[in-house]
Design a protein around this ligand. Structure first.
Ligand SMILES: *[C@@H]1O[C@H](CO)[C@@H](O)[C@H](O)[C@H]1NC(C)=O
Ligand SMILES: *[C@@H]1O[C@H](CO)[C@@H](O)[C@H](O)[C@H]1NC(C)=O
Ligand SMILES: *[C@@H]1O[C@H](CO)[C@@H](O)[C@H](O)[C@H]1NC(C)=O
Ligand SMILES: *[C@@H]1O[C@H](CO)[C@@H](O)[C@H](O)[C@H]1NC(C)=O
Length: 652
């Protein structure tokens, strides 16, 4: 949604001074949204945008703190404050959309199509929330939007509704014995996620385009690159902190332009690959077909966990029809290839909704606002696989649970509610709490009857994606039910990673396994995994990852990609088992006596992508490792510990 903020960055100025504070910024945003700007205001608008862009670069968000990220917070908050004032003044959605689109187009930052698409998709939700929610402060919208993985002070918001704790039932001192199962056979589950199908993918099309996602029919090439790598000192020179506010010197925009001009170059990029592309491109239908048909050749699989994100990243032109069509295609193809005897358990990704990332509470009914349409349509599409009970909770929360074998329950958890880009969090953060309460009830029921549980949830906790309280409370839930939860599986990141959860005493308590992605977006090879589970504990015995080399596949479009086994977790990392304790040991080993395993992890992280793997230096390797041990947002002590151990080891 960075784009969206971008689009709100519209301001005009008739101020003589080139200095501007947040109140003046807000006034200017208001003028622009009211279409009251004079011609010479365009320069000011462009200047602010020039400053916002490098300051919001996602790379910076990950690695930097202070000064510059706070600029984005200041600008964002002023924009949302202006929007709120105008909503209360009675401006209609149509007027607001039109004003924002006009400015967006005049800035020429993104294509006209992007402007005309993204604004009307989001404005109705934003204005509805602003009108109905007294607590919907501009700072809350921005605090979530700009949430940073390692700096709680990037854009702090102060909304007490976000501070909640979950009630956990007492643990029964007498543990119910595992339901005696007659299964002596291991359970084999396929882990597959993030197909991101673009039905309009064009082989040999434009892979480096003037929009955020490319390779779609009808796109035009980008003519220059934009430098976002601006040194901190440039920002610090022109932005001054004054009490709780800032004064920004708009000449900063010229500094940035001067630095950027140096690298503006004409682009002449290779065309889009046939099987997909490492650049910002989704997957063609035939690449998805290939993944599913390849998986279907394994004759011994029992169940398929599909962890979400069917839909493409052309988020400014999603439609209900397109989403519906792709959602049907994804599940129908699996049913066709796997046959009726293999269960598929799906999970909802953040891209399934309309617009992308928006998951409204079930009480929201209105046109263009509700998420009920998605839940109802998925209940129909997934009907073959789901029980009546499962369909009932799917329709309410987009989540469900099913006993898939005697003694093994799967919970498909729609944690997109807690995603920072979900505007509806500002409307009612407690909807995500209610979802977690449902999770706790289901886990408790399972515990009481001695069932083991696998949790499927699209977004992994810890880094910048889910909001703080959710990650903290989720950690408590995982710890409380660590004897019942035998495995957790995530998607979303497209990288291949795992996460270790720790208990209050600091001991490893559980592991969440990333499934990777069936798309190459962006810079990854495609993959699927096969996990084998102990028939009694349902803990993973091993997880094997299958990939193909996209560079190689695209050299021979007429040949099916050459899939091969990249690694098997247990043997490649010399593990006794895949328990939390073993995975924790591995992490410490990687930064002390076994740097080779750290290198392996870095190679496997991108699935040996030609785009990413060769570029993964020591900082990248440690960053990967940090993601494995941070499950509560901003709780990075263990990450620091691993980092220090690593640099000590390599300096010896
Ligand atoms: C905005 O103002 C310009 C000129 O001042 C006018 O041509 C245009 O129609 C206005 N747009 C809206 C949405 O009122
Ligand atoms: C940017 O570069 C131009 C031309 O080299 C120069 O005249 C101008 O002073 C520079 N601006 C800033 C803010 O450095
Ligand atoms: C939900 O929104 C969709 C799309 O705007 C609309 O067709 C549908 O009628 C709405 N559902 C309800 C229950 O209002
Ligand atoms: C992928 O294939 C290309 C083309 O054959 C080759 O140059 C490259 O080294 C391969 N990558 C890996 C990681 O093997």
């Amino acid at each position: 949604m960075k784009v969206f903020i971008g689009l709100l960055l519209i301001l005009g100025s008739s101020f003589a001074s080139r200095l501007i504070n947040s109140d003046e910024l807000q006034e200017l945003f208001t003028k622009v949204l009211k279409n009251e700007t004079a011609d010479n205001d365009l320069k000011t608008i462009q200047d602010v945008f020039e400053i916002y862009r490098p300051a919001s670069s996602s790379l910076k968000m990950q690695f930097e703190s202070n000064g510059r990220t706070d600029v984005t917070c200041l600008i964002c908050t002023s924009a949302f404050a202006a929007l709120r004032d105008l909503v209360f003044e009675g401006q209609t959605d149509e007027m607001l959309s039109e004003a924002i689109i006009n400015i967006c187009i005049s800035l020429r930052i993104v294509s006209d199509r992007t402007c005309k698409g993204i604004v009307p998709l989001n404005i109705p939700i934003l204005t509805y929330i602003i009108k109905t929610t007294p607590e919907a402060a501009p700072r809350t919208f921005c605090g979530l939007l700009l949430q940073n993985a390692d700096n709680p002070n990037t854009c702090p918001y102060n909304d007490p509704r976000f501070e909640w704790t979950i009630d956990l039932p007492e643990e029964n001192p007498i543990q119910n014995d595992q339901i005696a199962t007659s299964n002596s056979e291991v359970l084999r589950a396929v882990l597959v996620t993030d197909a991101h199908i673009d039905p309009l993918y064009e082989p040999n099309g434009v892979a480096d385009c003037d929009e955020l996602t490319c390779c779609r029919k009808g796109q035009t090439p980008r003519s220059d690159t934009y430098k976002t790598d601006i040194p901190d000192s440039v920002f610090k020179k022109r932005i001054h902190e004054v009490k709780d506010d800032f004064i920004m010197d708009l000449d900063l925009a010229d500094d940035i332009r001067n630095l950027s001009n140096a690298i503006r170059t004409a682009r002449n990029s290779p065309r889009a690959g046939y099987w997909g592309d490492y650049r910002n491109c989704d997957s063609p239908l035939w690449a998805y077909d290939d993944v599913i048909e390849t998986i279907a050749k394994h004759k011994d699989i029992d169940v398929v966990y599909y962890i979400g994100d069917n839909i493409d990243h052309h988020v400014w032109e999603t439609t209900y029809e397109l989403i519906d069509g792709v959602n049907s295609y994804v599940i129908d193809k699996m049913k066709k290839e796997f046959g009726e005897n293999i269960l598929v358990v799906p999970c909802i990704g953040n891209h399934e909704s309309q617009p992308t990332n928006q998951f409204a509470p079930s009480t929201i009914k209105g046109d263009k606002l509700n998420t009920t349409w998605l839940y109802n349509s998925l209940a129909k599409k997934w009907d073959f696989y789901l029980t009546e009970d499962a369909k009932a909770t799917l329709k309410k929360y987009g989540s469900f649970t099913m006993l898939i074998r005697p003694g093994l329950r799967v919970i498909s958890l729609n944690n997109n509610y807690a995603y920072r880009y979900n505007w509806w969090l500002v409307y009612d953060p407690l909807e995500s709490k209610r979802l977690m309460e449902w999770l706790v009830r289901e886990l408790h029921k399972a515990e009481l009857v001695g069932e083991k549980v696998h949790i499927l949830a699209h977004i992994p906790p810890g880094v910048h994606n889910l909001y703080y309280t959710w990650t903290r409370e989720y950690n408590r839930v995982i710890n409380r039910f660590s004897k019942t939860i035998a495995g957790e599986f995530n998607g979303h990141t497209h990288s291949d990673e795992f996460k270790v959860f720790y208990n209050e005493a600091g001991a490893p308590a559980a592991v969440a396994w990333g499934a990777g992605s069936a798309t190459a977006y962006s810079g990854y090879n495609c993959n699927y995994k096969i996990a084998t589970f102990d028939p009694n504990t349902y803990e993973p015995r091993n997880i094997v990852n299958y990939v193909y080399n996209l560079t190689e596949a695209n050299l021979a479009p007429n040949r099916r990609p050459h899939w091969f086994q990249l690694y098997d977790m247990k043997n490649s990392f010399q593990l006794d088992d895949l328990s939390a304790a073993s995975m924790n040991n591995l992490l410490y080993r990687m930064v002390t006596e076994d740097l080779l395993s750290l290198d392996l992890y870095a190679a496997f992280y991108s699935k040996i992508s030609d785009r990413r793997w060769p570029n993964c230096n020591n900082y990248c390797k440690i960053d990967n490792l940090c993601k494995t041990v941070v499950t509560v947002l901003w709780h990075r002590e263990r990450c620091e510990e691993l980092r220090n151990l690593f640099f000590k080891t390599i300096s010896n």
